[in-house]
Each structure stands twice: as structure tokens, then as C-alpha cells.
Design a binder for this molecule. Structure first.
Ligand SMILES: Cc1cc2nc3c(=O)[nH]c(=O)nc-3n(C[C@H](O)[C@H](O)[C@H](O)COP(=O)(O)OP(=O)(O)OC[C@H]3O[C@@H](n4cnc5c(N)ncnc54)[C@H](O)[C@@H]3O)c2cc1C
Length: 460
């Protein structure tokens, strides 16, 4: 039984892994020359790795870690010291370190020791966050009718804790402000991250996500008979009389026929290809409720080390909310002699909110980012900027605004041989690598559920 998957981000790749494991014949078609989607990495003319965005594996990503182990890539990332680090002006840093106790005591005691929020902030959080820490999936979903800021204030939590602690987290998670993001994803992570000791630790890929995760995924699929095609763009979906898919046509005119078809495109891309005849289904119409969050990633090469921090950092009042010195966090890439790196820092900055940056010249974006780096890291004021890059993504992950969660589609569509996967489809996580991996796992299971096991596997 042949399954054709379109889009080779983490969702499409993990769907392909699940399906080759189940014995299906799998063909994966990706429009770009590089695999990985939002996790893709490529080399520029200087031989430097350019990331679509800085990517972190969280301790709570059980599905992604299972996949990384399965494909033999569990040695390709490493855990950093278990703490949230907030960079502050003039080289100061504040920490939220979990205490060495079982959860939730680890978070409670660690939170009480955090030095950048006041005792009043802490007491308001202990009382206010209780419904999230004790809630279940039904409770989280029911909180999708308000923004996180509204939820925070209704629970009596302080304004200072909103701005200092949670604003950078909201910007890091979905690239939007706490007064825009729904309460649903925020309270969900409070539960996962506040009641599981290891969920909040950060893992960095030793090279970059492309070499450390995406290439091993491709290798796993191909070594089990799957076929992966790049520069292969889905252009048209052709239908039978009963609305099922008869073929998919690529932009080069190639017709692909299969027993089942999976779109692993981002929702904003897939919307352009939905056949008109499918639009009477609410399932497809509701996809037009999703819009993408703009974000940009800026990489700065300095001639000197401007920090010694070997971890993810958060910051307030800067053009970037999360960032890292990848010359330290990724010890097998960005090192002296590799491309433009001379032994100095290579800062990878996730710029958000980024609505205004989409039309801004890159020089100005870099100028603003460097000014903020100078504000935070005194050593950078003496360092020379060797090189900079900016990658803008006008529609990245879907905006998790109030009211949208209930429209996240199941992987099974009303069309009998057509399925969806992708970080926006229904799974318990927000758009993330873990969410994409969960959607890939779920779609592989649902294809098997609807189509049955491939014959060869049945006979064996
Ligand atoms: C700057 C940034 C930082 C991030 N940081 C983190 C992080 O630290 N941790 C984390 O867990 N998540 C992070 N994320 C989120 C994470 O990258 C995404 O949630 C996840 O990678 C989405 O995977 P996906 O497969 O659903 O979609 P995508 O990655 O968007 O994959 C879709 C694929 O479909 C392809 N495609 C599109 N149109 C067509 C077509 N017509 N034909 C064929 N192929 C097509 C695209 O080229 C792409 O390869 C970050 C995202 C960004 C943008």
C-alpha cells in the first residue's frame, strides 16, 4: 500500500518514519531543496550553518526523544544545566532554578528563590497558578476563551510577574504577546512543566538541528525503502466523483498516485491547495480560521566571546525574547575555523514579536539587535561584528489566539483517502517539534486504522 506525504518538516518526516515502520510504501515530497521545514538548516556561501530558527529540545518532549532514539540520534543533543536564565542589562543574570526535590516542590522552592521577582509576585503566583497545576486536558481546553493576560489577572497574579516571567515565555512559545496568546497553551505548559521535574530542561543539538536530527530522519526512512524527493512541490489535488483523491500533481507536471495522501504542509500553505469541492465540509472551511505568527531569526558572528553562558537565555525589553550563543551551546558547529567563526560568539536570536520587522530592511533589524546585545553583554561593546544574517518567516507557527484551539483538525479528514498532519493539527501540544512529531505519530496510526495493515505485514 502506497502512501504519498507532502511536506518534509518534522511532521511529514515523523509520519514517514511511523509508516515505513508499519510496512507501508512511503513517498515523501518536499517543495524546497532542503528538508526540515521550520527546523531546516542550510550552508551559506561562507560555509556557515544558517538556521530557520534556534531550536531547543525540552525534557518534556517524550515523543521527539523516542524518535531521536529510534533513528540513532540520541547522542546528537545534550542537556544543559537545569535552569531558566533571564539576561539583564550590563551582564547581570537572574535565574529560576528548580530545587533538587520532587515536583511540585522543586518548582515551588525554586520559584521562591528566584531573585528577579518580588515576594508578592511569588505569593500571587503560588495561589494563582494552582488551577493550572492541578488541571486536566478538559480544564486547559476550557480556558481557550481568554488571553493569557486576562487569565493571569483574573487569578490575582501580579503585573510584574506577567511582564518579567511570562512575557518572554509567551514570545518564545508562539512569538506573540501574552495579551494576544490564548490562556490555553500557557496553562497547559504550566501543568506539564510545573509538575514534571525534567520537563523544563533544555537540550541543544550538538551540531545544528539539520545535521543532528533531520538528516538521521531522512536516512532512517530511506534505509527502510521510503523515498524522499526534494524540489517537489504539490500543485493540484485531483478528485474522483466521490471527492476522494485520484492523484496529486506536482509543479513540474508529475502525477503521483497512491492509496492514501497526507498533507504535512503548514496550514497557511495547505489552504491554497484545498479543492473547492471540499469546502462544504466544515473540517476544511475551519482551516481558514488559522493565521501564522511572523518571526525572524538573526545570527550574529562576533570576533570575541561576549558571554560564557552554555544555555538558552530569555530577556525582556529587547527585540529578541530567547537566544543562545551557539558557539558554546552547539559544540560541534560554529567553532573557530568553521565558516566565519573565529572563536568568538555566534549569537542566535529569535526576534519576536516580529510583525513590524517583516517589511524592515535587514540592516536595521541587525542594528537594533546589536544595540540590545550591547545593552545586555558589556563584553560585546569591545567586540567586532564579523557577519550577520536574518531569516524572516512571515507565517510561521499558527497563532494560538483565543477560540482557535477547538478548530485544530483531527488527522482523519472527511475524505476517505486524505489525511492531515502538522503541528497545528489536534494533539496535546502547542505548535512545536514535539507537537509536529505527535501529529506524525498520530497520522501513521490513523492511516493504519482506516486503511488496514499493508498485505505483506498481514501475511507475515
Ligand atoms: C524561529 C523558530 C523557532 C522555533 N523554536 C522552537 C523550539 O525551540 N522548540 C520547538 O519545539 N519548536 C520550535 N519552533 C516550532 C517548530 O519549528 C514547528 O512547530 C515545527 O517544526 C513544525 O513542523 P511541521 O512539520 O508541522 O511544519 P513545517 O516545519 O512548516 O513543515 C512543512 C513543510 O512543508 C513544505 N511545503 C510547503 N508547501 C509545500 C508544497 N506545496 N509541496 C510540498 N511541500 C511543501 C515546507 O517547505 C516544509 O518543509 C520554532 C519555530 C520557529 C519558526
Amino acid at each position: 500500500m502506497k502512501i504519498a506525504i507532502f511536506g518534509a518538516g518534522v511532521a511529514g518526516l515523523t509520519a514517514a518514519i511511523g509508516l515505513v515502520d508499519k510496512g507501508y510504501e512511503v513517498e515523501l515530497y518536499e517543495k524546497r531543496a532542503v528538508l526540515g521545514g521550520k527546523v531546516s538548516v542550510w550552508k551559506d556561501a561562507d560555509g556557515d550553518s544558517i538556521e530557520s530558527g534556534l531550536h531547543i529540545v525540552f525534557g518534556g518532549y517524550t515523543e521527539l526523544q523516542r524518535i531521536l532514539k529510534k533513528i540513532g540520534a540520541e547522542q546528537n543533543y545534550s542537556w544543559k544545566e537545569h535552569s531558566l536564565i533571564y539576561a539583564e542589562p550590563d551582564g547581570k543574570q537572574s535565574y529560576f532554578k528548580k530545587a533538587n526535590l520532587p515536583s511540585p516542590w522543586a518548582e515551588l522552592v525554586g520559584g521562591l528563590q528566584a531573585n528577579f521577582i518580588t515576594l508578592r509576585d511569588k505569593l500571587s503566583l503560588i495561589k494563582g497558578l494552582l488551577p493550572a497545576l492541578t488541571g486536566n486536558e478538559t480544564y486547559f481546553r476550557s480556558q481557550d476563551d481568554m488571553t493569557y493576560s486576562e487569565w493571569h489577572r483574573r487569578k490575582g497574579c501580579t503585573e510584574n510577574s506577567l511582564q518579567k516571567l511570562w512575557r518572554p515565555i509567551s514570545l518564545a512559545m508562539n512569538f506573540i504577546e501574552p495579551n494576544v496568546i490564548s490562556a490555553r497553551p500557557m496553562v497547559t505548559i504550566f501543568k506539564y512543566f510545573g509538575t514534571d521535574y525534567t520537563a523544563t530542561r533544555f537540550g541543544f543539538f550538538k551540531k545544528n538541528p539539520g545535521d543532528s536530527m533531520i538528516e538521521p530522519m531522512r536516512h532512517y526512512i530511506e534505509s527502510r525503502g521510503g523515498k524522499v524527493f526534494t524540489n517537489a512541490k504539490l500543485q493540484t489535488i485531483e478528485l474522483n466523483d466521490d471527492e476522494s483523491v485520484s492523484a496529486v500533481v506536482l509543479s513540474n507536471g508529475q502525477r503521483i498516485e497512491a492509496d492514501a495522501y497526507i498533507s504535512a504542509l503548514p496550514v497557511h500553505s495547505f489552504k491554497r491547495f484545498i479543492p473547492k469541492r471540499w469546502l462544504h465540509h466544515n473540517y476544511f472551511q475551519d482551516l481558514f480560521r488559522f493565521t501564522g505568527s511572523p518571526v525572524a531569526n538573526c545570527q550574529l558572528w562576533f570576533d570575541k566571546k561576549i558571554t560564557d553562558t552554555n544555555n538558552l537565555m530569555f530577556s525582556c525589553d529587547t527585540t529578541f525574547a530567547t537566544f543562545a550563543d551557539v558557539s558554546i551551546t552547539c559544540p560541534e558547529d560554529y567553532q573557530a575555523g568553521q565558516g566565519s567563526a573565529t572563536g568568538g560568539s555566534v549569537m542566535s536570536l529569535v526576534l519576536a514579536p516580529a510583525h513590524q520587522m517583516m517589511g524592515m530592511p535587514n540592516d536595521l533589524i541587525v542594528e537594533n539587535a546589536v544595540a540590545d546585545i550591547h545593552k545586555l553583554f558589556p563584553r560585546s561593546r569591545e567586540a567586532k561584528l564579523l557577519k550577520s544574517t536574518v531569516v524572516k518567516i512571515p507565517e510561521s507557527v499558527y497563532k494560538a489566539v483565543p477560540g482557535v484551539d477547538k478548530y485544530r483538525p483531527d488527522q482523519i479528514s472527511p475524505v476517505k483517502n486524505f489525511f492531515l498532519c502538522g503541528d497545528y493539527t489536534d494533539q496535546k501540544y502547542l505548535a512545536s517539534m514535539e507537537g509536529a512529531a505527535l501529529s506524525g505519530k498520530q497520522v501513521a496510526e490513523k492511516v493504519e486504522l482506516k486503511l488496514g495493515k499493508p498485505k505483506a505485514v498481514e501475511l507475515a
